[in-house]
Write a protein that binds this ligand. Sequence first.
Ligand SMILES: [Zn+2]
Length: 672
Amino acid sequence: MATALYRRYRPESFADVIGQEHVTEPLMQALRTGRVNHAYLFSGPRGCGKTTSARILARCLNCEQGPTPEPCGTCQSCVALARGGPGSVDVIEIDAASHGGVDDARDLRERASYGPAQSRFKIYIIDEAHMVTPQGFNALLKIVEEPPEHVKFVFATTEPEKVIGTIRSRTHHYPFRLVPPAKLTAYMERLLESEHVAVQPGVLSFVTRAGGGSVRDSLSVLDQLIAGSGPDGLTYDGAVSLLGFTDGELLDSTVDALAAGDGAATFRQIDKVIESGHDPRRFIEDLLERLRDLIIVAAVPDGVSQVLRGVPEDQLERMRVQQSAFGPGALSRAADIVNTGLTEMTGATAPRLQLELICARILLPGSSGEQGYAARLERLERRLDVGGVPSASGGLGMPSGSATARPPAPTSPPVGPSAGPPAGVSAPARTVSDYTPPSSGVSGGASHAAGGMGGGGRSNVEAVVGRGDSGGKASQPDGHAGPGGPNGPNGPNGPNGPGDAGRVDAARAEAGAPPVVAPPESVGGPSAAASSSAPGTGATGDAPAGSSGGMDTDAIRRAWPNVLGRIFTMRRLTWTFVSQNAQVTSFDGRTLKLGIATAGLTQTFRSGNHADIVRQALIDELGVDAVVDGVHVEAAQQAPVAPPAGAVPAATADPEPSAAGPGPAGPDGAEA
Ligand SMILES: [Zn+2]
């Protein structure tokens, strides 16, 4: 195989140029009628036939039988300008990228004044014409304006607007276009036939996609595939692996999972995408392409193969199923989400994360439809659990007025961090040392008993108070209530056997033990639920009323264990960081501020993608879309802390218990 495909099959007449009929036909007509201009501007994307057409034009003009739209192919000029021919001294190709300076232009001007050596015309083909410098253009201006009879110019460029207006206005401008996939595919089929290369269905649609509408690029890709092909010709698998397109199967499974709203399966697929070495960005592009195909399948029930050419029938069949699983509304919405995500993805440092977030967004229920209602209802229930819904605020039993007065008071910091002993997972950032005592309870977590007495000493006692009399708590003097209130969360934990289990889980998790996701059900399941919901009841009440569907700072704090649980399933690193170093400081309905103990850690939080994860977790768990920001909070004021980080994995465990738990709990608190 000596020369590249696109050179071997370079068209020699306008009739052979594919996909540019809007240009070639008027040109042929002009040649036929003898209305030939002295300067032409061929513009258009790369690899779609500009230079080739310029050469064909030269051949047409200089053919001994010409000027003619159909060069004879036998005269001296035609032979010289044929594919593989020696070329003609009278057809001069200049690459303006390297010869676009003023000296080159002057040189050209000088030579142009001499007549052609052998042919009718002296033809200058100036490629990459936009690279000619302004001085170069000015030097050319005169001769392009009033060229000698024997001189013709053809400027070819991808950026016609960079050719100065005075030149452009003297040319006939012919805009070339990208070649439509159907034409390109048909062309390549013919070409493969003449090359005697077999091709499997679906391969050529990959090639056209890879070529992006450029004939030259597509043929280069095809050439490469042919070069690597065996006796079977061009195989689907070979094309997939060589071109880096997403394997149809992977795409199918992902789309199926998304259509079914199956988050677990979706994220498993994403993991597979990454594991199998696919580029996440490419995958998203392919996903978008697939969604678009599905939209077409939905819109064109019959004869879709006429629109989606080159897609094998079995694939079309699969897509019909997928499209009906999605439904038109969800499909269009998903495509929009992916499209937006793709646009925003430019320069993203964590493409995998972006991919995951995009999928998470698709999985979110739409604003309409039966499924959407169900999912929204579900979220609403979850919010009720944490007392985040305005109407439920009464249920909180908190005179919100008095509650409001309470600042995000210091709370006993979550147990978590100092659990160090067992695992050596020291709590790096925790600065609020005064409050650490409870943690000892935790570290001793193994023994539940300790939980109540051992460590928790003060905070637990307070907790008991808070819990026993949640209503009263509100009236507690601030100084005391401060720690006590927020302690609520802790409170139940301490005295409550089960609550301890939650802590144990936390301790275990921190110790690097497998996250206790399932166990809580058996061990501390209900309690875990209680621990997360109970606080809700005894809670501090409404902070400055949040605008986000009734979620306020306190509601977020109460739900925090669940959010952390969600984070845990999304990214361990973020979970570790957030559960150990960050605390809910405020939420105003739009921005969630997380207080972080040191400036350094704040920086770490901000520079990483932790915020994105937390944000997604909030969306997933509470349906609250908020900007998440890490702020450095001095140790002294840092106390405001929600339930112990410990509650985390446990809390995630099972929504059901929590749903049950709060029910009684809420009213209870209210009544008390
Ligand atoms: Zn000829």
